[in-house]
Design a protein around this ligand. Structure first.
Ligand code: SF4
Length: 314
């Protein structure tokens, strides 16, 4: 499978099959905290980066056996709404496999375009990001492509809320020293009042990001921030679930592929991989040792543990 990955046990979405529509790493932003690393293709131009027919064929093959999944999630190595066929792919899932929940993780920067909003309207859940409202903080965190502004992002999010009947979960990623001032947090809370998300999800670094200076936030810091969003349903994004149902969704023989597909997209500890893939520490360690012996791994020591990722080719 070229365009599908997982399923992984997502901390927010349960057992989730990923669809990756853009090549590594194609995005309209180059966020300082991005766990996929630096953006190599910074663009706002939509294109059919992967053949839409090929993605649909893969999906049909995978979903025909009706695997047990909680969600099918558009995410991966960049911004999925840059793919011009995303609307058609969502339509196929909703028409042919209506039992599945379709989720789109997006940075929201293209939503000011009506055609992009329209292409997502049949999704069940959209998880857009809004990390800053002031242009200064937005630029520092997101390092956007030319033409992308915090104002346009806001306009797109408000437009989406007016048109989208599904659930909107707004993610705010806190970068200490940039968007955790009282003034910025007040602006973000006001923005939430206009966007009216079902939930506000506060996130902060818990694995290596694109820039080493980005620090994680303490539990107390996150609690302080939560205080600015009173009146909204707020989640502090927690840890993934544990082993269990994942074994139903994925055969053990797929473990090497599943580990590779996961750490190609996000650096992970052994513990993260055990939780995400429903495997034991021994099983994951064996796969990691195999990848390491082939020289495929990049290893980073952080406060939370040892993170493994697949070395990027330039
Ligand atoms: S975090 Fe998301 S929006 Fe930001 S650079 Fe990475 S893929 Fe793009």
């Amino acid at each position: 499978m070229k365009h599908l990955f997982g399923p992984v046990n997502s901390r927010r979405l349960g057992i989730s099959l990923g669809i990756d529509l853009v090549p590594f790493k194609t995005c309209s932003l180059n966020c300082v905290y991005c766990e996929c690393g630096k953006t190599s293709k910074l663009t706002t131009s939509p294109a059919e980066f992967a053949s839409t027919d090929e993605v649909i064929a893969e999906l049909r093959m995978y979903l025909d056996s009706l695997p047990r999944l909680d969600a099918i999630t558009f995410s991966g190595s960049g911004e999925p709404t840059l793919h011009s066929g995303i609307g058609r792919i969502i339509d196929v899932i909703k028409d042919e496999f209506p039992g599945y929940t379709v989720v789109v993780l997006t940075n929201g920067t293209l939503l000011w375009r009506e055609a992009v909003r329209r292409s997502l309207l049949r999704a069940d859940i959209i998880v857009p990001s809004l990390d800053a409202v002031s242009e200064d903080a937005f630029k520092k965190i997101a390092r956007p492509a030319p033409g992308v502004t915090a104002k346009r992002l806001m306009d797109g999010l408000v437009g989406l809320r007016d048109e989208f009947a599904g659930k909107l979960l707004l993610e705010i990623f806190i970068v200490p020293g940039v968007n955790d001032t009282d003034a910025e947090l007040r602006l973000l809370a006001e923005a939430c009042g206009r966007i009216r998300p079902e939930r506000v999800q506060i996130n902060s670094l818990d694995r290596p990001g694109a820039e080493k200076w980005v620090e994680p936030l303490s539990a107390e810091g996150l609690e302080r921030i939560k205080g600015f969003f009173q009146g909204f349903a707020v989640d502090i994004i927690g840890k993934p679930g544990t082993r269990g149902d994942m074994e139903l969704a994925r055969k053990k023989s797929d473990l090497t592929m599943a580990v590779t597909a996961t750490i190609e997209r996000r650096p992970s500890t052994i513990d993260d991989l055990c939780r995400a893939l429903g495997a034991s520490a021994g099983e994951v360690e064996t796969v990691i040792a195999g990848l390491s012996s082939k020289g495929l791994l990049e290893v980073n020591e952080l406060r939370r543990g040892t993170f493994y990722s697949i070395k990027k080719r330039d």
